[in-house]
Design a protein around this ligand. Structure first.
Ligand SMILES: [Fe+2]
Ligand SMILES: [Fe+2]
Length: 474
């Protein structure tokens, strides 16, 4: 399953055997490159960046590392190897052979699912396009650019499916994916979290830790799809996604480490003193966590959803690790608890599991985020600092679902809207917090040097030293 790099569009799908498809994608390619030039990392086209490129889809040794100018990155179409005899593993079609073509009855639904996933990929590149200007080190700048080129490749992955399986409609969607813009008034990206700004590096690390993790859970659910090309596409995307999560988790961990070091050295937990020392006080990190966690929670949609039920029954989108779950994979009789809000009180009710799949996927994601937060908590614990990070209640600061109009505090009590608004500066980043974090941002571009507010990583990329020239300016 190695990848053919002699072609204009690297691929492992025998693109050269389908001239019509190849021509359509080669027609889309310059539009993609134009989009990258307009909306990709600002000021970066001449940099040599130490990037990994997929050279095979073999889980062992799939990546090759070398200096690349980003516009020359070989974006391509890579599907995980087919699984022989694979079946539809859940829903009404359970036991049928997995589909190699789109079933007519699910055509528009599948297209919608693929477009919605595809839209997040360029959106995040747009959200992050200014960050290279303020990278805290060459190591971090390289990681940002690696994430960016791979999100670009994820767009390719979805556009391939649209072109290959959805004809003219698919090609039109492929164009529209290059036309929407994150945060644009008139033509925004589809999902609201992808229209937020990622204005600073703390936001970037939170985004890759939390929002890319939503990506992981969505891709994992789609990797279970009965539509086999979607499954194979998503399985390979997940391989790349793991690095994005690492960038986020280790990035925040290094911020926490640096702050804890300063707290110990100067024997203080006073945010004002810590800010005077040029590090990010832990309560501010907590507020950023609260913000990104709540905004990303909304991406899973309403707790009870007939769409989610239809996706599942149709065999289009499964649960996280569907085939490892021991049940009937039809969910005709089982239930799942979802939160309720009545008379200002939060409760829980068991509903048909089929309708609660959004909530279930959100819960799986929350458990994964919480585990990462616990790993962060080892840093202050080890330093003898009593501060601990905590995820807010899932009803906190929500815009979608049962909590949309509620004023839920981070601990989970419901309060009046006025009280919530008055206290929200304790819970969400304030203008002052954001201005302070922004004031720390400034490019550090000397190999081995790091901005004052973040600790160096423990190891470099691909066994290179930490002081390796991960980006070379020209
Ligand atoms: Fe992605
Ligand atoms: Fe990602």
């Amino acid at each position: 399953m190695s990848i053919d790099y002699s072609q204009k569009i690297p691929n492992n799908v025998n693109l050269s055997e389908d001239r019509t498809l190849q021509r359509a994608l080669e027609h889309w390619q310059p539009n993609y490159l134009q989009w990258w030039q307009d909306m990709g990392p600002e000021g970066s086209p001449d940099y040599d960046v130490y990037l990994r490129t997929a050279v095979s889809v073999d889980p062992q040794g799939w990546a090759h590392f070398d200096y690349v100018k980003m516009p020359d990155y070989r974006w391509g179409i890579f599907l995980a190897p087919p699984e022989s005899g694979r079946q539809v593993n859940f829903g009404e079609h359970k036991g049928e052979a997995a589909w190699q073509e789109v079933p007519g009855e699910y055509r528009s639904t599948l297209r919608r699912i693929i477009v919605t996933q595809g839209d997040t990929e360029p959106a995040s590149v747009e959200q992050q396009r200014h960050l290279g200007l303020t990278a805290p080190s060459l190591y971090d700048m390289r990681n940002l650019f690696q994430v960016n080129v791979e999100e670009g490749r994820h767009l390719w992955a979805m556009v391939y499916l649209l072109h290959r399986y959805f004809g003219r409609d698919g090609r039109e969607e492929g164009e529209a994916l290059l036309e929407r813009r994150s945060g644009d008034q008139d033509n925004p990206r589809i999902l609201s979290a992808f229209n937020e700004k990622t204005p600073d590096w703390l936001s970037f690390f939170m985004f890759t830790f939390i929002t890319d993790r939503d990506g992981k859970y969505q891709l994992a659910a789609l990797a279970e799809s009965g539509f086999d090309p979607l499954s194979r596409t998503c399985r390979f995307m997940l391989t790349e996604e793991a690095h994005h999560l690492f960038v986020g988790e280790s990035g925040v961990a290094r911020v926490i480490q640096r702050t804890c070091d300063a707290m110990v050295e100067h024997k203080t937990d006073d945010p004002a003193r810590l800010r005077a020392l040029g590090v990010i006080d832990l309560p501010t990190v907590q507020r950023y966590l609260n913000f990104h966690f709540s905004v990303t929670s909304d991406l899973y949609g309403s707790e009870v959803s007939s769409n989610a039920a239809n996706y599942y029954s149709g065999g289009l989108k499964g649960r996280f690790e569907e085939t490892r779950i021991a049940d009937d994979h039809r969910l005709g009789a089982s239930t799942y608890p979802v939160p309720t809000l009545e008379g200002g009180r939060i409760g829980s009710v068991d509903v048909p599991a089929l309708t609660a799949l959004n909530e279930r996927l959100r819960d799986d994601w929350i458990a994964d985020v919480a585990a990462g937060v616990e790993r962060w908590n080892r840093i202050p614990a080890k330093a003898g600092i009593p501060f601990r990070f905590k995820l807010p209640h899932k009803g906190f600061h929500r815009k979608i679902g049962v909590f949309a109009d509620a004023s839920v505090m981070p601990e989970g009590q419901v309060t009046a809207a006025g009280e919530w608004a008055r206290r929200s500066p304790e819970w969400l980043p304030t203008e002052i917090d954001r201005a302070y974090v922004t004031s720390l941002m400034g490019r550090v571009a000397e190999p081995g040097r790091f901005a004052n507010w973040i600790a160096p990583p423990v190891v470099g990329i691909n066994r290179q030293p930490v002081d390796f020239a991960y980006v070379r300016f020209n």
